[in-house]
Ligand binder design. Sequence first.
Ligand code: APR
Length: 311
Amino acid sequence: MSRPKIALIGGGQIGGNLALLAAQKELGDIVIFDIPKAEGMVKGKALDIMQLRPHDGYDADISGTSNWNDVKDADIFIITAGIPRKPGMNREDLLGINLGIMKDVATNIKEQAPNAFVIVISNPLDAMVYAFHKVAGFSKKMVVGMAGALDSARFRTFIAMETGCSVQDVTCMVLGGHGDTMVPVTRLATVGGVPVEELIPSNRLEKIVNRTRFAGGEIVKLFGNGSAFYAPAQSAIEIAESYLRDKKRVIPCASLCEGEFGVDGYFIGVPSVIGAGGVERILEFELKEDEKAALNNTLEAVKKTVAETGL
Ligand code: APR
């Protein structure tokens, strides 16, 4: 059986790490696509990763290109095409530039691989995943935005740092949009099954929630130029692996809700079962009043950025 074909649209910071992680996990053959100006850069990255394979003994093929024909019939696309946030910019500031790029990317993917599974990472995520879906017209099961996986990983990291317990034993969920209004659900966060609300004083927990909300911006400020890339790449790979290996992991992803959690017609972060069928199911559950209010608040923010796309 041939290896799955993985197309990475955008071969910058996140794209390069996606290629490395996908190769190391032997998820399939990898094509890194970028604009003609960056073709040498992605060809170079591909060759560099090809040359580290002998150490690990994996055989996946990695190539770089700026020719859309080379991603024909890919099984999965991970899109990072666009510009990253600069200091002082919020994700919404990126909208104008990245929307034009996303429309072009969606049109080309539709032409090259109409049955692929697509993970969108480009920011502002909530608007970009919506735009991709609108322009490409793919089934809602085949399109997700990578947001909650990263936001939850950040929340888990800060809880592990606070409690001194293994990050592996921290579980939690961040719902809603991938902006400052996201909803880290403290009630459902646990350390080894013990509710964090019983382990961490409420004032400290509030600080952790806020740090999670602004975690992307914290890194943007530290970098001075560009945004986070290691954790975003790993978060998307988790989704890709669950799809390609039919793991049916439950991952908070920006999925198209049609009534779930009272949301209709928007991509928003919800617990999603990712398997061979794409987004196979959204796990809906009863929210408390304050959580409902927080979700409504984030939904309003998502609606606002989606409205700005004019789609
Ligand atoms: N088609 C393909 N690639 C494109 C296009 C296009 N039309 N336009 C730009 N790119 C490429 C750039 O040439 C660059 O190599 O997208 C890549 C983006 O890489 P970086 O600038 O390094 O950005 P990165 O840190 O990887 O973040 C990418 O993900 O998290 C989001 O906010 C982030 O929107 C940003 C995206």
